[in-house]
Write a protein that binds this ligand. Structure first.
Ligand code: C5P
Length: 238
C-alpha cells in the first residue's frame, strides 16, 4: 500500500490532471480540496476515479446529520476513496457520515478533522472551547472513532499520542510533512508543526498528505519518488 497522498492544491482541472498523469504509479492517491473542487467540480473526481486513482475528497463536511450523510453518499457515488468531515459536527452528524459510507456500494474511508492546524489555544478559547488544544484533538478523535468513523486527520505532532489512544486499527492521515534527507529540506511554507515523512510514519501515521514539496517542485515525479524512498526505508525498518 502506497501511503503517500498528493494534495492537488491547484486551480485548474488541466493542471490537476497533468500532475496526476505525471505522478500516477509513484504515489498512493490524490487529495482534492475545496479550492480545486469549487473551481472544477465533481467531474474531476469522476475523471480521476475512472483512471483508477484513489481520490481523497477533502471537503470537511460540517452540517446537520442528514445533509452530511447525503453528502457522503454523493461523494461515494462520484468514486471518492476517502472523505473528510468535521469532528466538531458532533455525535449524530458523525454517525450519519459513518452510516452513509457503510451503506454505499463502494464505501469510502471517512476521517474526521479535529482541530484545524490554523488554530492556537487562544483561537480555541475564543470559540468557547475551554479544554487545551491537545485534549480537544484527542477528545474529538475518540468521539469520531466511537461514532464509527475510520479515523482522523492529525497534525504530525499529535500522531503518536493519538495512535496510542485510538489503537492500531484507526486510520490517521497526516499533513504537515517537511524535511528529511532528500525532500525539500529547507521550506516549511506556512506549515508550523511539521515532521519528516520518516518521523510521521514512525509515530504511527497511516497516510501522509504532501502538497507543495511535490507539486511546486521543478520535478514533481522525482520529488515524489524521493519521498517514497524515504518512506520505504522507514517501513522496512519498522
Ligand atoms: O503544505 P502542503 O502543501 O504539503 O499541504 C498539504 C495539505 O496540508 C494541504 O492540502 C492542507 O490540507 C494541509 N495544510 C494544513 N495546514 C497548513 C497548510 C496545509 O493542514 N498550515
Amino acid at each position: 500500500m502506497n501511503q503517500l497522498l498528493v494534495a492537488l492544491d491547484v486551480d485548474t482541472r488541466q493542471r490537476a490532471l497533468e500532475l496526476a498523469d505525471q505522478l500516477r504509479g509513484a504515489v498512493g492517491g490524490f487529495k482534492i480540496g475545496s479550492r480545486l473542487f469549487t473551481s472544477e467540480g465533481p467531474s474531476l473526481v469522476t475523471a480521476l476515479a475512472a483512471r483508477g486513482d484513489r481520490v481523497f475528497l477533502d471537503l470537511k463536511f460540517h452540517d446537520i446529520p442528514t445533509v452530511v450523510g447525503d453528502a457522503v453518499r454523493a461523494a461515494a457515488r462520484l468514486g471518492a476513496w476517502m472523505v473528510t468531515v468535521h469532528g466538531a459536527g458532533g455525535r449524530a452528524m458523525l454517525e450519519a457520515a459513518a452510516g452513509a459510507a457503510r451503506q454505499s456500494e463502494r464505501a469510502p474511508i471517512v476521517v474526521a478533522v479535529t482541530v484545524l492546524t490554523s488554530f492556537d489555544p487562544h483561537e480555541l478559547a475564543r470559540i468557547g472551547v475551554s479544554r487545551g488544544l491537545p485534549e480537544q484533538v484527542e477528545a474529538l478523535g475518540e468521539l469520531a472513532t466511537t461514532c464509527g468513523l475510520d479515523g482522523i486527520v492529525a497534525s504530525p505532532l499529535e500522531v503518536s499520542r493519538l495512535r496510542a489512544r485510538l489503537g492500531p486499527a484507526t486510520t490517521i492521515v497526516t499533513p504537515g510533512i517537511r524535511g528529511g534527507a532528500d525532500c525539500n529540506p529547507t521550506s516549511q511554507d506556512d506549515q508550523v508543526r511539521t515532521l519528516s515523512a520518516a518521523e510521521a510514519l514512525s509515530a504511527g501515521s497511516s497516510y501522509l498528505v504532501v502538497g507543495r514539496p511535490i507539486i511546486a517542485s521543478p520535478d514533481p515525479l522525482e520529488a515524489a519518488r524521493a519521498l517514497g524512498r524515504q518512506m520505504a526505508h522507514t517501513s522496512s525498518q519498522a
